[in-house]
Design a protein around this ligand. Sequence first.
Ligand SMILES: [Fe+2]
Ligand SMILES: [Fe+2]
Length: 196
Amino acid sequence: MALKKKTIKKKSVKKKKAIKQSAASTDKSILDQIIRVDHAGEYGATRIYDGQIAIFGKNSKIGKTIQHMADQEQEHIEKFNELIIEKRVRPTALLPLWNMTGFALGAGTALMGEKAAMACTVAVEKVIGEHYREQQELLEDDEKELRKTIAKFEKDELEHHNIGLEHGAEKALGYKVMTKVIEIGCKTAIAISKKI
Ligand SMILES: [Fe+2]
Ligand SMILES: [Fe+2]
């Protein structure tokens, strides 16, 4: 009799666990941070490519390649503009800063030449791509749609990263130092934009 009781108890614990797992929901503060930082990052990305196109011109060969990436960044920022409203998330207070630094980074690397501009893309997209991969693991099943969106964007960022490599990024003068500095800058911007 005692044994039977024990078995029933075990079963009910299992059942409770299953209910808890199926109802897993994403922590609201984590969700807010994800949307805030992605919105900031995509905004920064559009500004980087704006800066590069301002230097190379839309109709140059490299300008057209950059425009393709810029168009995808535009789709990404529009999606996060919607999500900011839909999920009632406060955007980062630092948008004006990312506006200026993004443009300056894009224009500055473009002034150093096509390969340097592509090295900038490689560094930025590597950080954003990795960041998107990590975020998918933080989202529970109640945010399946967002997880799908982020997975799609991760694929786009990886494509941008590869476009940079295909266009001679690694041949840019000081490639290793430059990409390291930009990567650290991006990671710092991510850490700040999650909170502020
Ligand atoms: Fe993007
Ligand atoms: Fe990108």
